[in-house]
Design a protein around this ligand. Sequence first.
Ligand code: SF4
Ligand code: SF4
Ligand code: SF4
Length: 216
Amino acid sequence: MDGWLQKRLEKYGAWMDENRIAFSSRVIPVRASLADEQWVLPTEQVLRIIKNAESIALVDCVCRRHYKRCAKPVAVCLLLDGYGEKLIEKGAGKRISYDEATAVLEVANREGLVHLSLYRPDHKLYALCSCCACCCHDLQLLMAHGQSQLVAHSDYVSATNMEACLHCGQCIERCVFGAREWVEAKMDYDAARCFGCGLCVTTCPVNAITMVMKPA
Ligand code: SF4
Ligand code: SF4
Ligand code: SF4
């Protein structure tokens, strides 16, 4: 593990030991993956998060700026309330409206980026990020370093209508969590590995995938 990740892990570990965070980030489904009637149910929803924010600052993704491992967009980090205000004051962030924030989130969905809500001590949600598995600190810690306590699942899990599935493999490419893979030239889905990001739903050409709420 490199020094940058090590420092993050140590900071998260201290916060967790003091019981000041339950996890450092949580997967949030992309808006377009949910039907309207599903949208109003859980509290941690992407549009609700930005609607409830007193202010939103658009900030460059520090993880992709640091690692430079992919060509995914960098202007996708949404810092909320006081955290965003500080960056706006410093000139490191740009104040944006709710509509501009939803446009940023649509770009993130098109680009296959996973929405993560990020938490600071005392469980304070401070950012809504759109992350790639190769550069994101939390997704790296989860996927490459086994730190599964850091990233919480969303309230949803995907379900696939296998009768409609064409086995085209598009959802396999979109799923950074490895919940979808090729098995004997067919798409195979393991719900236990699904984090509920919704990215497979918005790519399936025959709408064979839906998001379902996990039982309470
Ligand atoms: S958490 Fe995600 S969007 Fe935020 S800085 Fe890291 S990769 Fe970028
Ligand atoms: S299967 Fe993968 S892409 Fe689809 S919702 Fe689950 S984690 Fe996201
Ligand atoms: S994208 Fe849809 S049709 Fe293609 S393999 Fe996945 S579920 Fe099947």
